[in-house]
Design a protein around this ligand. Structure first.
Ligand code: SF4
Ligand code: SF4
Length: 67
């Protein structure tokens, strides 16, 4: 099963990764990071294919995918 590492402190809540995840595995959380943004969280983890589209889309290099 793939694993996502999300560097929450870098996330700016732009939503690009959410929009492009083909499996709906990413959502904005209700937590706050030190910059005041709600970072993305990995949900529905069993649906994740490890395609890494989320990691490629993120302009802030927040997400890393391990297969
Ligand atoms: S690796 Fe692919 S399926 Fe998994 S969260 Fe990222 S975009 Fe979605
Ligand atoms: S694309 Fe990157 S910065 Fe934007 S919400 Fe997703 S993880 Fe956060």
């Amino acid at each position: 099963m793939p694993k996502l590492e999300i560097r929450e402190e870098r996330c700016k809540s732009c939503g690009l990764c959410i929009e492009f995840c083909p499996k709906g595995c990413l959502e904005i959380t209700d937590r706050f990071n030190p910059s005041g943004y709600n970072p993305v969280g990995w949900m529905n983890t069993e649906e994740c294919t490890g395609c890494a589209i989320c990691a490629r889309m993120c302009p802030d290099v927040v997400i890393e995918v391990f297969k």
